[in-house]
Design a protein around this ligand. Structure first.
Ligand code: NAD
Ligand code: MG
Length: 388
């Protein structure tokens, strides 16, 4: 059987490197066609040596010469640079599937190119759906492209829906670990540092999503992601804080039946399922031991303490480009927090104020999203500068 050709956008990150581990477990089924990164040329070059892709792309042009030099002895690996090159490479004829594992708004444009080229999408880059879920779903339908979720919660929902095509979803139960600050008071949360926020209790992820998990903005994003992927209204999505991260999410049907997917927290499983669907393949690693899993707890989220989650529900309600505004402001404050230019509570303040000030559009198209993203970044940046 012909091996499926995979392109990985963001191969040097947390999801990207775990995807390569999955592919390595199934060399008979998958082949890496293309690897891309933003800045980490050494790791990208190392990956190119190991997986022999047809092409590599470094998004930051300034690192192009370095990467060319590192791969000078591998003439079969084509080397490209720049954001436009990402959009071109995903259209390459041999590619069957594109795994979008890059961070942030930057993932939107290459994802659109991949869909228009008819490539199956394994979607990790949730910001794409937060910003432009309606557009992405419409394009996927128009170009007959499947979007397979990589996010663990959405994979759990997707797995719970297998065989249920005729049956309406009553409710989605979206679980959240609650992050490292679940038990802190608002006063204590005002003083947390980035080191505290980067210590996630159950998942080892990239820095941006780890901060988003600490503010619970990540869960807000996931509500939006679920709304688009599964065609439900926000009021049908309930967030449950589940500190053990064993129940990865669940679906309730009209007869009251609830189907969930459980497992140890290991992103390789949802990554692999997105690649192999509808098949399940072997996967090395720990198995869930329910006897050892002490207890499974569920709590309601505290929307006053975790204001970012409340803001996400507001953004959904407003619709249009409001989630795009929220996402852009969040990217600005998330980066600022990681660079010690913004306190923990200030993140929600700046996002809320940006949502008030940026130009609202009820019926955005791609160009509006791009303008909105730029405007909201400008506003959030100036708010940050004026406060510090
Ligand atoms: P990461 O920071 O570990 O890796 C990001 C990757 O994207 C790197 O390879 C980096 O080089 C590349 N990249 C970053 N900015 C880029 C840009 N402007 N242009 C091109 N490439 C760029 O991030 P991650 O934790 O792997 O997360 C990737 C995506 O997957 C995010 O959207 C995140 O929300 C989502 N996600 C991650 C996890 C997880 O467990 N890490 C779980 C669910 C969803
Ligand atoms: Mg998740």
């Amino acid at each position: 059987m012909k091996r499926r050709q995979i392109a990985i956008l963001g191969s040097t990150g947390s999801i990207g490197t775990q995807a390569l581990q999955v592919i390595e477990e199934h060399p008979d089924l998958y082949e890496v066609y293309c690897l891309t990164a933003n800045n980490r040329v050494e790791l990208l070059a190392e990956q190119a040596r190991r997986y022999h892709p047809a092409a590599v792309v470094i998004a930051n042009d300034a690192r192009y010469d370095e990467l060319r030099l590192l791969l000078a002895d591998l003439p079969d690996v084509k080397v490209y640079a720049g954001a436009d090159a990402l959009c071109q490479i995903v259209e390459a004829e041999p590619i069957d599937m594109v795994l979008t594992a890059m961070v942030g708004f930057a993932g939107l444009r290459p994802t659109i190119h991949a869909i228009k080229a008819g490539k199956r999408i394994a979607l990790a880059n949730k910001e794409t759906l937060v910003v432009a879920g309606e557009l992405i779903l419409q394009l996927a339908q128009q170009y007959h492209v499947d979007i397979l979720p990589v996010d663990s919660e959405h994979s759990a929902i997707f797995q719970s829906l297998v065989g249920e095509d005729q049956n309406a979803i009553d409710k989605i139960l979206l679980t959240a670990s609650g992050g490292p600050f679940r038990l802190l008071t608002t006063e204590q949360m005002a003083r947390v540092t980035k080191a505290d926020a980067l210590r996630h209790p159950t998942w080892d992820m990239g820095a941006k999503i780890t901060i988003d998990s600490a503010t619970m903005m990540n869960k807000g994003f996931e509500v939006i992601e679920a709304k688009w992927l599964f065609g439900v209204d926000a009021h049908q999505i309930e967030v449950l804080v589940h500190p053990q991260s064993i129940v990865h999410s669940a679906v309730q049907f009209q007869d009251g039946s609830v189907k969930a997917q459980l497992g140890v927290p290991d992103m390789r499983l949802p990554i692999q399922y997105a690649l192999s669907f509808p098949r399940r393949l072997t996967l090395s690693g720990e198995r869930l031991d329910l006897f050892a899993a002490q207890k499974l707890e569920f709590f309601k989220p505290d929307l006053e303490k975790f204001r970012c989650l409340a803001l996400a529900f507001e953004a959904i309600k407003a619709g249009g480009n409001m989630p795009c505004i929220m996402n852009a402001a969040n990217e600005v404050v998330n980066r600022a927090f990681l660079e010690d230019r913004c306190s923990f509570p200030q993140m929600a303040d700046v996002i809320a104020a940006t949502m008030q000030r940026a130009t609202f559009s009820a019926t955005p198209d791609y160009d509006v999203y791009v303008e909105t993203d730029a405007e909201a970044r400008r506003i959030a940046t100036s708010l940050l500068n004026s406060k510090s």
